[in-house]
Design a protein. Sequence first.
Lengths: 226, 366
Amino acid sequence: MRVLLVEDDHDLAEAMMRGLRQEHLAVDRAASVHDATACLAGTHYDVVCLDLGLPDGDGLELCARLRGPKLDGALTRPDRLLVVTARDAVADRVAGLDAGADDYLIKPFTIAELAARIRALTRRQDQVAGPIEVEDLVVDPAGHSVRRAGRSVHLTSREFAVLRYLAQQAGVVVSSEALLEHCWDANADAFTGSVRVILSRLRSKLGDPALIHTVKGAGYRLGAPR
Amino acid sequence: MAAIVPLVVLVSVVYSTNTSEEIAVDEQGRAEVVTTENVFPTEVAVTAVVLGVVALALVWRWAGRAVGPMKDISRLADDIQQGSLDRRIGLVDQARETQALGDSFDAMLDRLERSSTVQQRLVEDVSHELRTPLAALAANNEVVLNDPEATVDDFRASAQRSEALIGRLHTTIDDLLVNARSAGQMNRQTDNDLMAIVARVVEQHRILHPDQAVELAGPEALRIGIDGPSVQRALVNLVDNAGRYSPPGEPILIDVTVEPTTVSVTDRGPGILPSVQARVFDRYAGDTSGDGAGIGLALVKQVAEAHGSITVVSPVPELGRGTRFTIAFDRARRAESRPDHRSHHTWADVGPHRAERHHDDGADSG
């Protein structure tokens, strides 16, 4: 999952990024409306976490723009929008949700709750909440645990992020580009080679029979096709 | 009730003029007062009653016109609560005194509403400015505690970040307290030496930032009527702000002038974009480092405007870059809460030595 964090407070942004990366999320940060639009021009984000008090504009306006019918061609609409703010009055919450936010979180909050809300927002409609089972593999998105045939598998943060992404779209082919876009952030300085490396490590850790199938020219698929 | 009086007077006059006293002399020559009662003539009675009714009606109407607005004011005053400060009496075309009363009442409601709005915004500022560093503190702690592989160095780094955040919270709370206290007190402006205040601020800054150069220019001393603690706080915030943006090795310049009385704080940093300059004192108006300067500058503006005015210039003309904040103290301004009837003489045309004499002349102005 790739998150764009729009927060002008340096200390808080750093803390949130650290926390979200601990949850195996890829996070980019923008400190202003201007920076946010620059990021949105290049990348498709799963979630945008938006602070409302930004130095060069109102977060709510950006929210409405991102959810509005006409979006500047250059920008990619994020899948979900989570407002994170200190404004806790009911009027503010209603305004935020009506402006297009999918959820509204009030500071201070725990990283655990922020991550849980992000997971809730990015859960697909047909997805069962809780651990995802693909054949004898069990991936728990919230608990960060992976078990194959009952045995625990130890993965690095990046490996877990990739496996989780594949598991959430189990049976569907996911391209390398999509993996790159959703499991790495701008900081990670990745290239397509990185995807191959991670996948080969995943395969060796998950063992036999192979669960991750390469579909030539298209990408990768976890488990049998749907 | 006022109608009863003329009526009673009328009736008693009519009644008393209906009895006549005569002094009659009887056969023995004794004087005797004989009272004869005339029959109460009907016409008089009728006139009396009609006049009475008319009087009653007139008085009722006149009294009503005066009392009506009073009742409105009274009812509105009962209704005014925190949320409904937007209502007004809105009297028009009333008798002069009543109109004046209605207008004064509405003007007072205007002031209350403005003050309430300012307070509300302040509360929102507090909310944001306290919650943001708290959220960062919470997140930092959570991250390091949740990391099963955290090393002692990781914990140390986290604790250092917490230390900085606690400092931020402390500063914000101080600013908010000054704000809250000064809302009432800034009208109580006492005699202070502005140069001494500036010197204290500079010294404090040098202790906290020994590597940062501060250049101070101004007179030996400058006595002026100001709210010392608020002005000191405002200057601390300005100097901190300048420090945050000064490139390493570049000094902060503080300049104090006597006539007009101003204090300028200049930094040689990147400056403020014209589009942002109007908002620089606003709540949340951050800087690129975004570490909570928001309420600091809002406080500066509040203090500056209670004493005079504040201007921002960026870039600074003679430097080609940087930012200069200038607080101009209006020495002619009197505290609004104590109207001074002697204010033909203002501080502007009365120099310090003559102020002493003025002070001796009569009642204390402060």
